[in-house]
Design a protein around this ligand. Structure first.
Ligand code: SF4
Length: 452
């Protein structure tokens, strides 16, 4: 019994972590479709055989190997990896070698159980004798997703830059989709166009990512935006603008959220979702903020060895944050003159918004920081309604609603909570229709925000 326990703990430390990806197949779960495929392209440009796994096809397996107490993204991603490996075993038969695969499952610190998914999934994989040797590659928000050990040391910094850029470009492709689809001349044309564009951009990352030739990637993006614009029917008048906030997986994984953006569009909305880059920037911003706190405390206590170490962290993470901002701005600067896409929030501005209205604190952390401040930005930016999308029982999203619903009621801005757990709720569509009716009324009374 003791031996079994210690083998389990050993597996959690030895088979979950940062492993060299060379000569392995790196399995990326599809959360946000754009970002996952562009990230895989960036990995491939550095010689890593990265592929994005089919998603949601293994939900039955995910449910079978979870207890029901986990949050929904855990069930979906557990199903994704089990389904992939099952198919791979069928495909390869006796040639299947579990040591060839590393499954990518990042984690976040804080109260979110997301930090435990990869440990839980380790236990699940270990329960299959032939899957014990599939490793789980994990990055953590604790060090702002540093890649130590996964990519050769001399390439790690360049890869981080290419990976961040893939996140930004993925966000822009998504924004392009949401900008065009509600106004498309021909039904279905935007979806086809975006799928083609995604594949072209992934190829572009594969070709130019490692060379850091981001200008070539932006040239391709510019051509895509130009083509996309031609799909818009200029005769269709602006529609009510709806902002989405919430938990990152649920709000970006279209299968899990039952394609909520498309449903909102069907009832007359134009939608904008919070971006993925915002979350990455937030984790870096948090590291800078924490290092500044440590620096101040240790300065007061005259502990100079610690002061030096915190100062180094402030400069290092501060440099990362500045670099991210410059790359993000450079991408938006290229596309915004071509099409009126929504920009991204600066995390420092979101923190200021929270402090100004005394609603919540970055000291408390979690995605509630972004969601609460994001709703305030939507509200002041002239959006006609806000939807909070999250896994059923998600704590940060529940906090968001408890703080923001009374304010939204007071301001008479439609607000909808949309928790998901994989079941089809009979009232969901009616709730969205009612919400859109209210958003239309708000739009008719107040007009809507001009995109910036
Ligand atoms: S429910 Fe929300 S807070 Fe809890 S683990 Fe899932 S995503 Fe994290």
């Amino acid at each position: 019994m003791e031996a079994q326990k210690s083998a389990t703990f050993r597996s959690l430390s030895e088979s979950v972590g940062q492993f060299n990806l060379r000569d392995k197949t790196f399995l990326i779960p599809e959360m946000n479709r754009m970002g996952a495929h562009l990230l895989a392209g960036a990995f491939r440009s550095f010689g890593v055989n990265a592929l994005v796994m089919e998603t949601y096809e293994g939900l039955d397996l995910g449910k079978e190997f979870t207890s029901g107490k986990e949050c929904f993204p855990c069930q979906v991603t557990t199903g994704d990896i089990l389904h992939f490996l099952k198919k791979e075993k069928e495909r390869l038969g006796g040639d299947f070698n579990p040591e060839n695969y590393i499954f990518f499952m990042p984690e976040a610190e804080g109260p979110c159980r997301f930090g435990m998914y990869n440990k839980y999934q380790r236990i699940v994989l270990d329960s299959f004798p032939d899957l014990k040797k599939v490793k789980i590659g994990s990055l953590t928000s604790k060090n702002s997703y540093a890649l130590k050990g996964m990519i050769e040391k001399e390439q790690a910094r360049d890869f981080r830059k290419a990976a961040y850029f893939s996140v930004v470009i993925g966000d822009i492709l998504d924004k392009l989709l949401w900008r065009i689809r509600p106004y498309e001349k021909e039904e279905g044309a935007t979806d086809d166009f975006i799928e083609r564009s995604l594949s072209a951009m992934a190829d572009s990352f594969e070709a130019y990512g490692a060379k850091k030739d981001f200008d070539r990637i932006l040239d391709k993006l510019e051509a895509i935006v130009e083509e996309g614009k031609t799909l818009i029917d200029p005769e269709i008048p602006p529609k009510p603008l709806i902002g989405i906030v919430g938990e990152i997986y649920l709000r970006t994984h279209v299968h899990s959220n039952q394609d909520v953006i498309r449903v909102l569009e069907r009832y007359g909305a134009e939608v904008i979702n919070a971006s993925i880059a915002e979350w990455v920037d937030y984790t870096t911003y948090e590291k800078v903020r924490e290092a500044k706190v440590g620096l101040r405390l240790n300065l007061k206590q005259l502990r100079f060895d610690k002061v030096r170490s915190y100062l180094k962290q402030v400069l290092s993470y501060g440099g990362d944050l500045l670099y991210q901002r410059i790359k993000l701005d450079s991408a938006y600067k290229r596309v915004k003159p071509l099409v009126d896409l929504a920009g991204d929030h600066r995390i420092a501005d979101l923190e200021k918004t929270l402090m100004k209205h005394d609603l919540y604190s970055f000291e408390l952390g979690t995605e509630a920081c972004l969601s609460i401040a994001g709703i305030m930005e939507y509200m002041h930016g002239g959006h006609n309604g806000v939807v909070n999308v999250y896994p059923f029982t998600c704590m940060p999203s529940t906090i968001t609603t408890s703080i923001m619903r009374p304010i939204m009621n007071r301001e008479k801005i439609p607000f909808l909570d949309a928790p998901y757990d994989g079941t089809c709720q009979p009232g969901r569509e009616a709730a969205i229709r009612t919400f859109m009716y209210q958003a239309n009324q708000h739009f008719n009374r107040n007009g809507r925000k001009k995109r910036h």
